[in-house]
Design a protein around this ligand. Structure first.
Ligand SMILES: *[C@@H]1O[C@H](CO)[C@@H](O)[C@H](O)[C@H]1NC(C)=O
Ligand SMILES: *[C@@H]1O[C@H](CO)[C@@H](O)[C@H](O)[C@H]1NC(C)=O
Length: 301
């Protein structure tokens, strides 16, 4: 094969490789996921091979009802007079005028909110009878978990991990410092205004480690964050001594029963003694008053 022939094969191969890819791009379905954290700005990408300055392109967000995010029509757009932009996006979306001649129809959303999360489309109605680009935006809130010692009981030290206002829904796990996942109680999950509050408790006993980690995973955001707590050896000792104290208390209770018996015996003895004194007193009726303190002393014992 001569050089020209080889070039032809190479060219054909390249066309073969490129064509399906280009076709795929036109019909791409939510293949691109863009992840940002709440409050930051994000660029949603969309571009074609020709200038978009004289084009119409329309950005929409999926939902129960499609929301108008940004529309550009040959120079007119939502920031210079076009109407019907959704309130959610008003004043927060802009395009890149100096990039348009390169076919760039990307937009920037400022100060993203959790509610901006969802599927977006960039639509060119006048190209190839309608050309649509799809992408998914996930605006996350990734609070660091707070970890506390919740209680010390006879079964160990109770640890609590708490995450407030997270999005997307986080999964919590307790691990020891070797990375082993610890048994935990059922997580408590509540949701308010699209944000999740989750707590997860576990009980740890004295092991080879005293350091425990609460890991918060937000799969849709590809995000993981963790907080570590160190439990002092002393608490484990306290946890054990608590058992001893309780044992002691139980002993005391049993002792109390015995005490009652002893008191009853003493009381009976007292009664006998008082009767005996009274009996003696009768014989001492003629005696001077000086003896009285003795009998009253006994009564007050
Ligand atoms: C976004 O698109 C994906 C598929 O591409 C779909 O599973 C999901 O339900 C869509 N989300 C919304 C909010 O429409
Ligand atoms: C379009 O413009 C934005 C903003 O300047 C830039 O970030 C992005 O990379 C551009 N896209 C293309 C395909 O050039």
């Amino acid at each position: 094969m001569d050089f020209a022939g080889r070039t032809r094969v190479l060219t054909l191969t390249l066309i073969f490789l490129v064509t399906p890819a280009e076709h795929e791009r036109d019909t791409v379905q939510g293949s691109e996921v863009i992840r940002v954290s709440e409050g930051s700005d994000v660029i949603l990408p969309c571009s074609i091979e020709e200038s978009v300055e004289q084009q119409l392109f329309d950005w929409r967000k999926d939902g129960e009802k499609k929301k108008e995010v940004f529309m550009y029509d040959a120079g007119l757009h939502y920031n210079n007079g076009l109407r019907d932009q959704d309130d959610q996006f008003r004043g927060r979306v802009s395009h890149f005028p100096d990039q348009m001649k390169f076919g760039n129809a990307s937009i920037r959303i400022n100060n993203t909110k959790i509610t901006d999360s969802g599927n977006y489309t960039c639509y060119f109605p006048r190209i190839n009878g309608g050309l649509t680009f799809y992408m998914k935006l996930v605006v996350g809130s990734v609070p660091k978990p707070s970890v506390t010692i919740f209680n010390v009981t006879d079964s160990g030290v109770q640890l609590k991990c708490e995450v407030q206002g997270a999005f997307p829904k986080p999964e919590l796990r307790w691990k020891d410092s070797d990375g082993n996942i610890l048994d935990a109680e059922e997580p408590e999950i509540s949701e308010r205004d699209g944000r999740y509050h989750v707590t997860l408790q576990t009980t740890v006993t004295s092991t080879t480690t005293t350091s425990f980690q609460c890991v918060v995973q937000q799969k849709d955001l590809n995000h993981e964050t963790a907080s570590t707590i160190t439990v002092s050896e002393k608490l484990f000792v306290d946890s054990c001594s608590k058992v001893t104290i309780e044992g002691f208390m139980a002993g005391m209770m049993a002792g109390a029963g015995l005490l009652t018996v002893v008191q009853a015996v003493l009381a009976a003895f007292k009664f006998i003694r008082i009767s005996w004194i009274r009996g003696t007193k009768k014989n001492e009726e003629d005696e001077p008053e000086t003896k009285k303190p003795l009998s009253s002393d006994i009564i007050t014992v």
